[in-house]
Design a protein around this ligand. Structure first.
Ligand SMILES: [Zn+2]
Length: 247
């Protein structure tokens, strides 16, 4: 019996739901490491409700490996500053900025101010665990996940799903694709309780986030395929860069 489970955030969440659905209660771990995908607060709640407070979020990328990880205070992610210089451009405690890393120990192929393509906030002040390593607050995933309102205001795709899509009754999984500034397609994997109330709820949520002028289509599908690298992508921006208003 393994003591540690390491997995993609959504896979761990699916696994947890599988255990609950099948009444399997004797699979337990000393710790669970969530990595490679943005761990949503709703997923964390479900996982911790089942396994207890043993879930640790980690953030890294292929090029420099581990960038930051949670301690047992679970209050942001400590930067692996022993070997990495991490900057969050244009970000602070409340506004996500672009993550830029400089690898301090890779002498074979140094990465200097490499922009990972992710957005994160910065946690301020010391951590209650006593470690002095700086912290990221929350990692929001890829900058390419950003969608736009018809007026051109950026909206983080992950925050959309986090804020409302995960709570829509009758929807197991969803993905939002924007192909023009005033049109999105919502792909939905329906649960048994899917029906008109689900659609009403979705319309209201889309109105709230994008405004009523955002045209939308719903596409009911059996499954949403992960990307070639096995990650689940919530939001896909297919806008031509020329259509995106300057920040
Ligand atoms: Zn800490």
């Amino acid at each position: 019996r393994p003591e540690i489970l390491i997995g993609h955030a959504h896979s761990i969440h699916f696994f947890t739901r599988y255990l609950i659905a099948h009444g399997i209660d004797d699979v337990r771990f000393a710790s669970i490491l969530s990595t490679a995908e943005t761990l949503l607060p709703a997923e964390r709640r479900d996982i911790e409700a089942h396994f207890g407070p043993v879930l640790f979020d980690r953030y890294g990328c292929e090029e420099v490996s581990l960038i930051a990880s949670e301690c047992d205070a679970h209050d942001g992610l400590h930067v692996a500053a022993e070997g990495l210089w991490v900057e969050v451009l244009g970000g602070d405690a409340s506004t996500p900025g672009r993550v830029v890393v400089t690898d301090l120990i890779n002498r074979g192929m140094p990465m200097l101010r490499y922009e990972v393509g992710d957005l994160a906030t910065v946690a301020s002040g010391p951590c209650s665990c006593g470690r002095g390593l700086p912290r990221l607050g929350r990692v929001f995933g890829r900058t390419t996940d950003i969608l736009y309102t018809p007026a051109g205001a950026p909206v983080s795709g992950v925050s959309i799903l986090d804020t409302f899509l995960i709570h829509i009754p009758g929807v197991k999984q969803a993905q939002i694709v924007q192909d023009s500034l005033d049109h999105v397609t919502l792909r939905l994997v329906p649960a048994e309780s899917y029906g008109q109330p689900s659609l009403d709820h979705l319309h209201r949520a889309l109105d709230d986030v994008f405004g009523p002028e955002m045209r939308r289509d719903f596409e009911v599908v059996d499954a949403i395929a992960p990307t070639a690298r096995g990650k689940f992508q919530f939001s896909i921006c297919e806008l031509d860069p020329a259509q995106i208003p300057p920040a």
